[in-house]
Design a binder for this molecule. Sequence first.
Ligand SMILES: CC(C)(COP(=O)(O)OP(=O)(O)OC[C@H]1O[C@@H](n2cnc3c(N)ncnc32)[C@H](O)[C@@H]1OP(=O)(O)O)[C@@H](O)C(=O)NCCC(=O)NCCS
Length: 319
Amino acid sequence: MYARLIGTGSYLPGNPVTNDDLAARGIDTNDEWIVTRTGIRSRHLAAPGTTSSELGLIAAQRALEMSGVSAADLDLIIVATSTPDFIFPSTACLIQANLGNKGAAAFDVQAVCAGFTYALGIAEKFIRSGSHKRALVIGAEVFSRILDWNDRGTCVLFGDGAGAIVLEASDKPGVLATAMHADGSQNGILNVPGQICGGQVTGDPFLRMDGPSVFKFAVRVLADIAEEVCQIAGIQTTDVDWLIPHQANIRIIEATGKKLGVDRNKVIVTVDRHGNTSAASVPLALDEAVRDGRIQRGQKVLVEGVGGGFTWGAALLEF
Ligand SMILES: CC(C)(COP(=O)(O)OP(=O)(O)OC[C@H]1O[C@@H](n2cnc3c(N)ncnc32)[C@H](O)[C@@H]1OP(=O)(O)O)[C@@H](O)C(=O)NCCC(=O)NCCS
């Protein structure tokens, strides 16, 4: 029994916000600095009041439409997000209600930018165990809400959006291998170290990052975990048809591809237009490449993420 991917969908809120637009809004930055360091040219930012569950709902509806599965037939809904609508109920339960599904197991996964790869790995294991048959896996984020817009070193890097996939039990190969890891000792290099306590925000409720440390860590673990899932599946990294790394920074993406010996034109890139959408980045890029026809039936696609925690995960998919 395999978990097979039968549909993808995604959603980006509003119009693109360019680097020049950010500078025009008073951020002390410029297009040249951002493009040279990160490859980011624009991102989408949700309107005030728009939530992760709203973005995730549209991505989910598009994935369900492509898969031909009705919401009522889902028995598992997992949402990867670090920017949930509420402390509880989970974003997954909110999306479930708006899809009109009753009875599916629904919960959120918190593994920041590796969240989608964690959620995919969990869903795959539920399906392979035989306990569940049709899973909706969503990455949805409004990172713009946790950015310090006075910190130019972080606020220019992120964007909002959502992506989703539908997985179904099948006797044909689908998800060939998954892996997930964490190293909590690195919790200090990328975090939002705040909380709500007694009705007040305590600590620091904004995203903080040691950029150079994150950069080095990300390249190392993205290369390691890509090799790990290929080894499980018995293939070489160079046999992969498409590599979809977490879209944080073009330099991290290119360094990872180079380390793995994957040709530049086999790497899907959206970071230039989306920025870093955290748990949404991989399913957004996957949906783009499925819909524009780059990803074809029978091809092998390696998706991987890395994020705060530190966490990292990957999955090798056969289409
Ligand atoms: C953040 C990052 C782009 C910074 O690049 P860098 O090469 O380390 O930065 P540099 O040393 O070249 O530049 C730092 C300088 O640029 C300035 N700077 C920072 N942000 C700026 C911005 N948006 N616009 C203009 N200047 C900026 C800093 O103030 C600093 O100036 P100073 O030296 O006068 O203090 C890089 O570390 C990175 O990409 N890290 C990984 C981040 C990431 O992907 N996080 C998410 C992972 S899930």
